[in-house]
Design a binder for this molecule. Structure first.
Ligand SMILES: C[S@@+](CC[C@H](N)C(=O)[O-])C[C@H]1O[C@@H](n2cnc3c(N)ncnc32)[C@H](O)[C@@H]1O
Length: 246
């Protein structure tokens, strides 16, 4: 598909990775501003909540995959500057925008595909992701990789959007997602496609309960989730079985 073919907003799995990478490459410079506006300024609080749920030890090792401009890693470093923090993504433009903001002394930026992580097993105390899982071709493989690289007892924490649930607010949420976000996105980022892809991919995405089942299927235990923003955003977490070091 091409980005001009706006009637077919969701890419086929065969071209999804390339489409997603190019899309984030185009909007990287305006990504954080759009996120702040779309979430009414809540994006940073949600990143902090992801970090809190990751339960990192002091001076621990964090991998944030699909890190984009590094918002989650930066929220973690604000709490503990002794962390060893890796921000990994397959879109270099997003990481470049993040480096311009946060620098590279505290954050190790790393080009990586979430479906084949270039790290050994049991390497990190926690693995986090923000709005990654909706964008990958194989969700189960992405969680399998996160489960592999986190240490036994470590947490996998995932922030993403959720399909708007039925209810009184649904018509308003739909207007917001399908009209206001695409219009604002077009005006601010100048990209006709990206902010139509966001609501469409959210509408067709798994429910939190379905994602939790996938997390359990790869072996994560003690899974749970919390819904936010009128249940259109979710934070899921799970723990890799095994010993928790002292
Ligand atoms: C919506 S942005 C999220 C950025 C950041 N995590 C946040 O919370 O704002 C999604 C990011 O996931 C990255 N991404 C999507 N699929 C990926 C994959 N298979 N491997 C690595 N990164 C991926 C994109 O390049 C993009 O930077």
């Amino acid at each position: 598909m091409t980005t001009e073919n706006l009637d077919v907003v969701l890419p086929d799995d065969r071209v999804k990775a390339g489409t997603v990478k190019h899309m984030f490459g185009r909007i990287a410079g305006r990504y954080d501003l759009m996120n702040r506006l779309m979430t009414f300024g809540r994006d940073r609080a949600w990143h902090r909540e992801v970090v809190r749920r990751a339960a990192l030890p002091v001076g621990g090792r964090l991998l944030d995959i699909g890190s984009g401009t590094g918002g989650i890693v930066w929220a973690a470093l604000e709490q503990d500057f002794g962390l060893s923090a890796v921000a990994a993504d397959f879109t270099f433009e997003m990481m470049a925008a993040g480096r311009a903001q946060h620098g590279c002394r505290a954050i190790q930026w790393c080009g990586a595909d979430a479906l084949a992580l270039p790290f050994g097993g049991n390497t990190f105390d926690a693995v986090t992701s923000g709005y990654l899982i909706r964008n990958v071709v194989d969700i189960r493989q992405a969680f399998t990789e996160q489960m592999r690289v986190v240490r036994p007892g470590g947490k996998v924490v995932c922030l993403d959007t959720s399909p708007p649930p039925p209810g009184l607010l649904q018509p308003f949420i739909n207007i917001y997602l399908q009209t206001i976000i695409p219009l604002a996105g077009r005006l601010i980022s100048g990209d006709r496609y990206a902010y139509r892809y966001l609501p469409e991919s959210t509408r067709h995405f798994h429910t939190p309960a379905e994602l939790e089942v996938i997390m359990q299927a790869v072996g994560l235990q003690k899974t749970s989730y919390r819904r936010l923003m009128h249940r259109t955003v979710v934070i899921l977490q799970g723990t890799k079985p095994g010993a928790t070091p002292p």
